[in-house]
Ligand binder design. Structure first.
Ligand code: SF4
Length: 482
């Protein structure tokens, strides 16, 4: 459980492999939490804690602790250890991509291994063997892997049955290796009882737009009630976390029925948040092109103003999934719903237009494109490359990620990529290296990160950019030789 200050801290840490020296990874990229209490824990773990308490467990029967304290808290009476997994074996899109570029093993996978070792040590010392249950956004990776030290995997949102699962496990009742979680209605999602990593607070969950490469394709979007969101933010504020991160697959769809947006709902929510005592910068993660297209310029600017407040932040970022500049390829991969009424041959221009509108409104959009979608041809890759080139003078980032199928099948790796795919990845990073350091420094400054640490991170960033540039050149040349 690292002590990240900003959402982008977490993004940076997830884009490393074991090629990053452990000292840099542990001290700069994934710093430990300071000794302060209460523990800041991943949102999923905090939801499970709240669901267990609501489901009948006493507060003192449930403990949320970082891995390095397990030795102190695991005892003879410990019946179940639950852990949350984001990318346990490094098969997510970002980590697959970063491994193809840098080599080594994703840091996310190493952190998971380390955690399992710490659990094993703690339980051995306690002379006990509690059942280990894993769940969270990366649970799908474990479902398709060979069994390790984890006894059960809970798939999907599970606040409605996680207390039953833990009670049955504690009572020694046999359960399948993969247990299907049951999601509650949005209004029954229990507010967190303690602070969350990066101040993460859900505004909506699920998406349901049907992209075949995405694990949320068939989970309809639901919006959390304002009072749950405000409660979660209050809990974080009380624990000294002033910069909440609104988690959603599409910030601009908050409160919507289907895909028809309701700007008034999000603006009203943000006005409530901005009025809270001690609130700083309001961060968020994802937005959708189709939703942006339905917002007026004025309302987009209002959202930006409310998110930034008086922090002085100038480049609030949002990740916008473009996936490919080819509407035809996107539609063939289930992306028709996110294109709305847009014809296939209009998609690239439509996506550019909405990104530029976000820029005009004062955001720093991070477009993401997927390399290696099913049915991708050299021509499709060239189209996306041209699209990237047309945007290269705009202040934005473009994240290329390798397709990582969620059904356990193998997606493309380093040796599968052709020259034009590497060229596309290089073109994206040329844009990123220009803007990312400024955007990151801007966010850190607004979050009150000290000058010394900011300078260190900029130096580290320069070193990493130089390394990435040379590796990308080597990978591109090698692709020619195959
Ligand atoms: S729009 Fe984004 S979150 Fe929704 S299904 Fe497609 S890729 Fe997944």
């Amino acid at each position: 459980m690292a002590g990240y200050r900003l959402l982008f801290d977490g993004v940076l840490a997830c884009n490393q492999t074991t090629r990053t020296p452990r000292l840099i990874a542990n001290s700069l990229l994934m710093p430990r939490q300071s000794g302060s209490r209460p523990v800041v824990a991943p949102l999923g773990l905090r939801r499970v804690e709240a669901a267990l308490v609501r489901g009948g467990f006493d507060r003192d029967e449930v403990a949320v602790e970082p891995a390095d304290r397990l030795g102190d808290v695991v005892g003879r009476d410990t019946r179940v250890i639950g852990l949350t997994v984001g990318d346990p074996i490094g098969r997510g899109m970002s980590s697959t991509t970063v491994r193809a570029i840098l080599g080594g093993r994703p840091l996310t996978a190493r952190a998971h291994r380390d955690l399992l070792r710490q659990i094993a040590r703690a339980t051995r010392r306690a002379g006990n063997s509690p059942t280990i249950i894993a769940g969270g956004p990366g649970a799908w990776q474990l479902e398709h892997s060979t069994p390790d030290r984890i006894d059960h995997i809970v798939a999907g949102y599970a606040e409605a049955n996680v207390a039953e699962v833990f009670q049955a496990t504690a009572d020694g009742i046999d359960q399948p290796r993969v247990i299907q979680g049951r999601a509650p209605r949005a209004e029954d999602i229990p507010p967190v009882l303690g602070p969350t990593t990066m101040g993460a607070v859900e505004t909506s969950r699920g998406c349901g737009l049907g992209c075949s490469f995405c694990s949320l394709a068939r989970i309809p979007m639901e919006h959390l009630p304002e009072q749950t969101i405000l409660g979660d933010i209050e809990t974080n504020l009380a624990a000294g976390q002033p910069h909440p991160c609104l988690v959603s697959e599409d910030l601009f769809r908050y409160g919507a029925k289907g895909t028809t947006v309701r700007p008034d709902a999000l603006i009203a929510l943000l006005e409530c948040l901005r009025a809270m005592d001690g609130i700083g910068m309001i961060q968020s993660d994802h937005a959708n092109v189709l939703s942006v297209s339905q917002w007026s310029d004025e309302d987009l600017r209002a959202v930006r103003r409310l998110m930034v407040g008086r922090t002085g932040q100038t480049m609030p970022w949002l990740n916008v999934g473009i996936e490919t500049a080819s509407g035809e390829l996107l539609r063939a991969n289930g992306g028709g719903a996110k294109m709305g009424e847009c014809h296939d041959d209009e998609w690239a221009a439509f996506a550019s237009q909405q990104l530029c509108r976000l820029i005009e409104a004062g955001f720093f959009p991070f477009a993401s494109v997927v390399v290696g979608l099913s049915g991708e041809t050299a021509e499709y890759v060239r189209q996306t490359r041209q699209w990237v080139d047309t945007l290269s003078d705009e202040p934005l980032g473009i994240f290329p990620v390798l397709n990582a199928p969620t059904d356990g099948s193998q997606g493309p790796g380093r040796d599968d990529l052709a020259r034009e795919q590497w060229e596309l990845i290089r073109a994206c990073y040329r844009v990123n290296f220009r803007w990312m350091p400024k955007m990151y420094d801007d966010g850190q400054r607004a979050a009150g990160v000290g000058r010394g640490r900011r300078i260190l991170m900029q130096l580290l960033g320069r070193g990493q950019a130089a390394l990435w540039k040379s590796l990308l050149m080597i990978r591109t040349r090698r692709a020619d030789g195959r």
